[in-house]
Ligand binder design. Structure first.
Ligand SMILES: C[S@@+](CC[C@H](N)C(=O)[O-])C[C@H]1O[C@@H](n2cnc3c(N)ncnc32)[C@H](O)[C@@H]1O
Length: 238
């Protein structure tokens, strides 16, 4: 089945602005404080997109982070904004970084888009130093029974890959992480969905537009609602 990258579409960028996720930098900030990350720490942003978090970390915390993303188009924007940053074209499932290099790895609304969450988690564990932090913010299903239907859709959105939280926590533990914190921030997703509703008239028209009609927007939206989507922040430690 084919798929299309909704994050490269101009409608998605117009709607979300700088960051390509719900909540902007609020969860980034909560996580930085919780983990006590400072400018001496080595940070990696998995799925850095257009580099919004990299710029935020640099401007507000003096942290020069590295970023990796498989989208040439998004990475080109990031390179224009951050000519000095280490920006790598690639996937989290095969990280081209040496082991034990980073103190902290962010995955902000990206793990849900990956072909293999297991590989991405194992690779993150490998590149983190002992006691390093893995900061994940993403979408999850409050009704995971409806997930199989949603997964059949061709749209390449984090919504299609929303997590089943206990399964994700188990995968992290299985890879050698301990889960330090899991908190619900569904209000950020709700805010975004309301904004989309106002801007596009309906969620179905948004899905049609943002995927260049790759999917039947109404059908995708129906399957999405069955899953009762929420948003979380999870912090794991190696
Ligand atoms: C919802 S956007 C979030 C981008 C950025 N983290 C932000 O919050 O602005 C998801 C990003 O994950 C990237 N992505 C998709 N598959 C990936 C993979 N296998 N490894 C790393 N990044 C991936 C996409 O290209 C996109 O930039």
């Amino acid at each position: 089945m084919g798929s299309c990258n909704a994050y490269e579409s101009s409608s998605m960028q117009n709607l979300l602005g700088e960051t390509l996720r719900p909540g902007g930098f609020k969860l980034t900030e909560i996580a930085l404080k919780y983990c006590g990350i400072s400018e001496t720490d080595k940070v990696l942003d998995l799925g850095c997109g257009r580099g919004a978090t990299l710029r935020y970390l640099s401007e507000n915390h003096g942290i020069s982070a590295a970023g990796i993303d498989p989208s040439e188009m998004l990475l080109a924007d990031a390179r224009t904004e951050l000519p000095e940053a280490e920006l790598v074209l690639g996937r989290a499932e095969a990280l081209p970084f040496e082991s034990n290099r980073f103190d902290c790895v962010f995955a902000e609304c990206t793990l849900s888009l990956m072909e293999s969450t297991d590989e991405a988690i194992n690779q993150t564990h490998r590149v983190l130093k002992p006691n390093g932090w893995f900061i994940i913010s993403d979408v999850y299903a409050k009704n995971p029974q409806a997930l199989p239907e949603l997964r059949e859709s061709a749209v390449n959105s984090c919504m299609r890959g929303m997590h089943e939280l206990p399964v994700l926590e188990e995968k992290l533990r299985g890879a050698g992480f301990s889960v330090a914190l899991t908190e619900d921030y569904s209000e950020f997703l709700k805010e975004l969905l309301v904004k989309i509703g106002f801007s596009y008239g309906s969620m179905s028209s948004f899905w049609n537009l943002s995927t260049d009609n790759c999917v039947d927007g109404g059908d995708f939206d129906f399957k999405l609602k069955q899953c009762k989507p929420g948003y979380f922040l999870l912090i794991a430690r190696k």
